[in-house]
Design a protein around this ligand. Structure first.
Ligand code: TA6
Length: 296
């Protein structure tokens, strides 16, 4: 259902038969809420997010396209998250294993303005769906529609803000021993240590060639987020911690304690599409009770 959200911005509510739900703003094609069938909010959304274009919504799942961070000439994280998307009622069908009935298809094409800052035409189709068990599934299909024969390259991330009960009680499994670029050390390349990630200070790492599955364990809530990805070889882990949190106007000073960004991404090797070619990147999030015993 389409309704007016914060500041009169259009949003869509998806509801799955067992009661799980999701909310997507047309502004940014931005998922701002994902709730399980006990109506527990699973994504972090800052209480200070201003919901006013052109500033991106702070939290949920910002779409970073056509450029991750400052890896290129565009504004940080590109412009897809700063644009008004439209609903596409009958998108070209695409092979998908999602049996979901609760979904919405959005599309973004460049405006005349956009073509001035990034001189390529594209069609970016986003499907947001709730699976039968309340899983949240995002599929991005990006097609090069240049009529001048020019290929284009882009980097991409689902900049997902997960809601956690206490960052100091969170572990991440699946990124051990991998190489990463450390954004806090001039993006130099390091190798991760051998056991699960824990958090006690600012972290901003781009892990390379990561597995398709990453687990984020919230000890206090006895809940494990399982992040599955396809077409997205890299993963960013980010928590601003206290100092950086204070420097962000649209982020509460202590909100770093209740969020962790784990971002399915394609960063190290940009994707190149010739005219007519399409890229697909899928993210699937589930939240399962974890019989989590500390230390195991
Ligand atoms: O994904 C991590 C990151 O690149 C951090 O370096 C930080 O800048 C974060 O994204 C948030 O960026 P934003 O433009 O949304 O404030």
């Amino acid at each position: 259902t389409l309704s007016k959200g914060i500041n009169g911005l259009d949003k869509i509510l998806l509801r799955e038969s067992r009661g799980s739900s999701a909310e997507v703003y047309l502004y940014g094609g931005h998922v701002t809420s994902w709730k399980n069938d006990h109506a527990e909010e699973l994504l972090f959304l800052s209480s200070k997010s201003i919901f006013k274009p052109p500033k991106a919504i702070r939290g949920g799942i910002p779409l970073c396209f056509p450029q991750f961070s400052n890896l290129g000439p565009l504004e940080s994280h590109g412009f897809a998250r700063n644009r008004i998307w439209t609903i596409e009622d009958d998108p070209p069908p695409f092979p998908t294993n999602n049996l979901s009935k609760a979904f919405v298809d959005l599309i973004l094409k460049p405006s005349e303005e956009d073509l001035k800052i990034w001189n390529h035409s594209f069609e970016y189709r986003l499907r947001v769906a709730l699976g039968p068990g309340g899983d949240l599934m995002l599929t991005s299909r990006i097609r090069n529609t240049n009529s001048d024969g020019k290929p284009f390259s882009f980097t991409f991330a689902y900049h997902t803000y997960l809601s956690v009960s206490d960052i100091s009680e969170v572990r991440v499994e699946g990124l051990e021993t991998l190489d990463y670029l450390d954004n806090l050390q001039n993006r130099e390349r390091f190798t991760e240590q051998g056991d699960a990630l824990t958090f006690e200070s600012e972290v901003d790492k781009i892990y390379l060639s990561t597995p398709t599955k990453i687990a984020i364990i919230d000890h206090e809530k006895k809940r494990t987020f399982v992040l599955r990805k396809d077409g997205l070889p890299d993963a960013v882990v980010w928590n601003p911690w206290d100092k950086k949190a204070k420097s962000m106007a649209d982020f509460g000073d202590d909100e770093y304690k209740y969020m962790l960004c784990v971002e399915a991404a394609n960063i190290e090797k940009a994707i190149t599409l010739k005219p007519g070619e399409e890229w697909k990147g899928r993210l699937e999030l589930s939240a399962v009770p974890s019989s989590y015993c500390s230390g195991q």
